[in-house]
Design a protein around this ligand. Structure first.
Ligand SMILES: *[C@@H]1O[C@H](CO)[C@@H](O)[C@H](O)[C@H]1NC(C)=O
Length: 395
């Protein structure tokens, strides 16, 4: 009798697990667009059909450390954003961003500071009418913009404090509001995302935006694909290995190009310019930019000094089938270009999203692709195909 009851209980548990997995698989993919103060441009509605969330970037974390604050300035109101997107699109406020980390460090320090921060965030969400927040702390535990001024050893306490801050946020916002986090794509920066912390982090979050771009930056010394397939798989796999469910991970797309000046001899000797040495890109003492690399969105004017080279990159670039990434090495000017074309975007669906059964995508950022929106068009098309495919798999 006892045994039979147990059998029933476990059969029921299995059944509900299978059903939960099925429901998760049937959920349409998330598609989050960061809408930035630099480029607050929204395309026509026929490009927004698959967009599920908008994250307004950014509010500064420092705002939330002042007890009793009431003003929450932003470049656009939540109501105006809602009016520009299909009904039902979730609107989130992204807090932080590259270089704006001090407010998070102050917030995370003690029980009391964490509570002040979380309560202010909750009041901001209430006041603005947003559906939730995206926590963009780059990065807890160190390796942020100030990594040469403040050593990581001075931030190691943040590794434990980060999940505690998220827990406090969840307590203040309640179970209905959305909380996501933008997290690093390079393992060298995943200081706060370990086997012990990731399960604790995921307990409080709805989903993770894994920043699978800027995977080559000026701290690198050899050329790489900044938003390539192989490196993206590495990023996603690291979070899964540490305990994040693939369904709760979103893959990041970059609506901008990047370039890096390289050596000449070493790069021309190799069969492929991938993995060849760059010039020194940042000051080894201060971490300052030496002006030998850069990036610009599809909405920005092309910097004059690289305009001719960029034109060649658009025209003569190559897709690297091995590592997965569109690139061009300008052997006259010794410039390495790395960015996603519309074709490169499409390839990421079978090779990353579907292969790893991820729950969605996101892009930095929507207006960065204006006025042509060629990359968003590619993403829209891939999402439509992906949905059709997923529906067919179910039949
Ligand atoms: C976006 O995809 C949908 C199909 O899901 C399509 O109807 C729509 O025309 C696409 N938008 C553009 C601008 O291509």
């Amino acid at each position: 009798m006892h045994k039979m009851q147990l059998g029933w209980v476990s059969a029921l548990a299995w059944l509900s697990l299978i059903m939960a997995t099925e429901i998760a698989a049937r959920q349409p993919p998330r598609c989050i667009m960061y809408l930035t103060g630099q480029h607050p441009v929204v395309p026509s509605i026929d490009l927004l059909e698959h967009v599920t969330h908008v994250a307004l970037a950014f509010m500064s974390p420092a705002l939330f450390n002042e007890p009793g604050r009431r003003q929450w300035p932003l470049f656009m109101t939540v109501a105006d954003v809602r009016a520009a997107f299909p009904e039902g699109t979730k609107v989130m406020i992204a807090i932080g961003g590259w270089g704006d980390t001090n407010g998070f460090s102050v917030a995370a320090l003690t029980d009391e500071t964490r509570r002040t921060f979380a309560e202010n965030v909750a009041r901001m969400v209430e006041a603005t009418g947003a559906d939730g927040v995206d926590v963009d702390w780059e990065y807890p535990g160190g390796n942020g913009e100030d990594y040469k001024e403040v050593p990581n050893s001075a931030k190691s306490w943040e590794i434990e404090a980060y999940p505690l801050l998220l827990a406090q946020l969840r307590a203040a916002l309640g179970p209905q509001k959305l909380i996501s986090a933008a997290v690093p794509g390079l393992e060298r920066d995943m200081l706060a995302f370990t086997r012990t912390t990731v399960p604790r982090i995921m307990r409080h979050l709805d989903f993770l935006n894994v920043m699978t771009y800027d995977l080559m930056n000026r701290r690198d010394t050899v050329t790489k694909h900044h938003t390539g397939i192989e490196l993206s798989l590495g990023a996603v796999d690291a979070y899964v290995a540490n305990g994040a469910a693939p369904q709760r991970i979103n893959l990041g797309f970059a609506f901008y190009s990047k370039y890096f000046r390289t050596e000449h001899e070493a790069c021309s000797r190799l069969a492929s310019p991938l993995g060849c040495p760059t010039l020194l890109l940042e000051d080894p003492v201060t971490g300052a930019d030496l002006g030998r690399s850069g990036g610009f969105s599809w909405h920005d004017p092309v910097p004059e000094d690289v305009a001719a080279s960029f034109a060649k990159a658009l025209d003569q670039g190559i897709y690297d089938e091995d590592r997965g990434g569109y690139y061009y090495w300008d052997e006259e000017e010794d410039i390495w270009w790395t960015f996603d074309t519309a074709d490169a975007i499409g390839r990421k669906f079978p090779l990353v999203l579907e292969k790893r059964r991820l729950g969605g995508v996101f892009a930095w950022g929507l207006g960065e692709d204006a006025p042509m929106f060629e990359h968003l068009t590619a993403l829209n098309e891939s999402l439509a195909q992906h949905k059709a495919k997923t529906r067919k798999d179910e039949l």
